[in-house]
Design a binder for this molecule. Structure first.
Ligand SMILES: *Cc1c(COP(=O)(O)O)cnc(C)c1O
Length: 469
C-alpha cells in the first residue's frame, strides 16, 4: 500500500518550479533571489517534515497559500531589528532604550553629514587639513570654562584614554567608595587595568579622608582620580574629600587630578527645578585638571565621551594613538554640535532638548495626558482588564541622581483570573508586541505605563486597536 504522506511529499513542487511562478518573480524583484530561494526551501522543508510526522493530517497543497506564507515570512525577515519604541518605563535616560532622545535639529545635522561630503577634517578658512574635534571644542570650552576639549566614543573610552595617557604603568589613587560599576559592564577597576594603570584603593567604602590619599602617594603615583558615584548613594556614616582639597593635594605633589563625572550636565539643573548635579565647569573651577562625562546622559546628545581640561593635558591625550582608535564618527559630531548649539540659549533649552523637557515636565501636564489616553487603553483592554491612573515616581536614569525621583502619572492595568503576576506579564508581552513596541514596567505585581516620556500620543493611541491579549 502506498503511504499517503510519502505520496504527498513526492507531489510537492520543486524550488525551481516555484521560482518560475509570476507571483514569485514579483517577490524576487522586491527581496532578491537568494532570500526568496531560502524562504521557499525552508517552507518546503517544514511541509515535508510535517507530512512525515505520524500525527500529520496532510491538507492538500495549495500554491497560493504557500506563496502567501512565503510573503509573510519575507516581510518578517526584512523587518528592521533596531526600531522605535515607546519608553513608558518611567526612566527618562534608559540605557537599554537608547538613553537620550535627540532633538530634530540633531537629526537634521546628522542627515546632512551622512548624505553629503562635509568639512569634517578640512579647515575652510585656510583650505588645509583640519581637526575633527574643532567642531565641538569651541562650544565645550565655552560651556565648561576649560582651555581645551575633545570627544571620543563614550565616557568609558574617555576614562580609558585619560588614564592610559597620564598614568600608563603607574598608580592612580581612587577612593574605595567610588569603585563604581555602571550597568552594562563598565567597572572602574577593570577599565583601569585595561588602561595599563595600577589602581590604588584608598579609604573605606563609606569613609575616605584626605590623609588616606596623602599617605598613599608614592613616587609611582601618577594621578588622583575622583569618580562621581552616579548610580548609587552611600548614605549614613560617610565621609568624602572635597574636590578642592584633592586638587590641592594632587598639585602639591605635581600630580594631575582627574574627575570622572559620569553624567555631567552643562547647566545648573537647579535653574530648571531639578536636583543639583555637578557640572564640568564647577569641577574644573574646584581644581580638576581633567573632567570626563557622557554625551548621551543628562547632556541629552549622542553617545560620546567628552574630555575637558587644560591645554597641556589635552595635547598629551590627543597624541595617544588610542585617540585615533576611539575617535567618533561624523554623525556623532554632527549631532553633538547641534545639541551643544542649543545650550547657547538656556531659556529655550527646556523646550528644545527632549531630555530636559521630559525631566521638567509638570505633573499636571502628565495627569492631563493620562486622562486623555485612559479611555483608549480601557477600550483596547475590553473585558480583559481594567486600567486606571495612579501617581508614580519617574527616575532620571543612566546613573544620574540615583536617589532623586520625579512625581509622575501612570496607567496601571489590573484584572485577569490567573495570578496577578502572570496577568501583568501577559499584559506586558502584549504591549511589547505592538508595531511600535510599548515598554512599561511591572511594579508591585502590576503592569504600569509612566506617561512622562510619551511624546507621540497620537501614534500610541492609534496602535492600541492592534493590542492582542
Ligand atoms: C555612565 C558612566 C560611565 C560610562 O559612561 P558611558 O558614556 O556609558 O561609557 C563612566 N563613569 C561614570 C561615573 C558614569 O556614570
Amino acid at each position: 500500500m502506498v503511504n499517503p504522506s510519502s505520496a504527498a511529499r513526492r507531489a510537492l513542487p520543486s524550488v525551481d518550479h516555484l521560482l518560475g511562478l509570476d507571483a514569485v518573480a514579483a517577490l524576487i524583484a522586491e527581496y532578491g533571489r537568494p532570500l526568496v530561494t531560502k524562504s521557499l526551501r525552508a517552507l518546503l522543508d517544514e511541509r515535508r517534515a510535517a507530512l512525515a510526522s505520524p500525527a500529520a493530517a496532510p491538507a492538500s497543497f495549495s500554491e497560493p497559500e504557500f506563496i502567501a506564507k512565503c510573503v509573510a515570512r519575507l516581510a518578517e525577515e526584512m523587518q528592521p531589528s533596531l526600531k522605535p519604541v515607546f519608553n513608558l518605563t518611567g526612566t527618562v535616560l534608559h540605557t537599554n532604550l537608547g538613553r537620550a532622545v535627540m532633538p530634530q535639529c540633531a537629526a537634521d545635522a546628522v542627515m546632512a553629514a551622512m548624505t553629503r561630503p562635509s568639512n569634517l577634517e578640512f579647515d575652510l578658512g585656510g583650505g588645509a587639513r583640519g581637526e575633527r574635534d574643532s567642531h565641538i571644542e569651541r562650544w565645550l570650552t565655552r560651556f565648561t570654562g576649560a582651555q581645551a576639549s575633545l570627544v571620543v566614543n563614550n565616557n568609558a573610552a574617555a576614562v580609558y584614554l585619560a588614564l592610559n595617557t597620564l598614568a600608563l604603568k603607574k598608580e592612580v589613587l581612587v577612593s574605595r567608595g567610588e569603585l563604581v560599576e555602571i550597568g552594562g559592564s563598565f567597572r572602574i577597576p577593570d577599565i583601569m587595568a585595561r588602561a595599563g594603570v595600577k589602581l590604588v584603593e584608598v579609604g573605606t567604602t563609606n569613609r575616605t579622608h584626605l590623609k588616606d590619599y596623602a599617605s598613599a602617594i608614592t613616587p609611582r603615583t601618577a594621578a588622583i582620580m575622583k569618580v562621581h558615584t552616579s548610580n548609587y548613594a552611600v548614605q549614613g556614616f560617610t565621609a568624602t574629600v572635597a574636590e578642592t582639597e584633592l586638587a590641592a593635594l594632587a598639585h602639591e605633589h605635581g600630580l594631575p587630578f582627574i574627575v570622572d563625572l559620569g553624567s555631567g550636565t552643562l547647566v545648573n539643573l537647579e535653574d530648571y527645578g531639578l536636583p543639583h548635579e555637578p557640572t564640568p565647569r564647577e569641577t574644573l573651577a574646584q581644581g580638576a585638571d581633567l573632567v570626563t562625562f557622557s554625551g548621551d546622559k543628562l547632556l541629552g546628545g549622542p553617545q560620546a565621551g567628552l574630555i575637558a581640561g587644560s591645554k597641556d593635558t589635552l595635547a598629551r591625550i590627543r597624541k595617544n594613538p588610542m585617540k585615533r582608535a576611539l575617535r567618533v564618527d561624523k554623525m556623532t559630531l554632527a549631532a553633538l554640535e547641534a545639541v551643544l548649539r542649543l545650550y547657547a540659549n538656556p531659556q529655550r533649552l527646556r523646550e528644545e532638548l527632549p531630555t530636559l523637557r521630559w525631566l521638567t515636565r509638570p505633573l499636571a501636564d502628565i495627569e492631563t495626558q493620562a486622562k486623555r489616553v485612559l479611555p483608549h487603553v480601557v477600550s483596547a483592554l475590553g473585558s480583559f482588564g481594567q486600567a486606571q491612573i495612579v501617581t508614580c515616581s519617574s527616575q532620571i536614569g543612566s546613573g544620574a541622581l540615583p536617589v532623586d525621583t520625579l512625581p509622575s502619572a501612570a496607567l496601571v492595568v489590573s484584572g485577569g483570573e490567573n495570578s496577578k503576576r502572570s496577568f501583568a506579564n501577559q499584559i506586558e508581552t502584549a504591549f511589547r508586541a505592538l508595531p511600535a513596541p510599548v515598554i512599561g514596567r511591572i511594579k508591585d505585581g502590576a503592569y504600569q505605563m509612566d506617561l512622562r516620556c510619551l511624546d507621540d500620543e497620537a501614534e500610541f493611541v492609534a496602535q492600541l486597536t492592534q493590542l492582542k491579549i
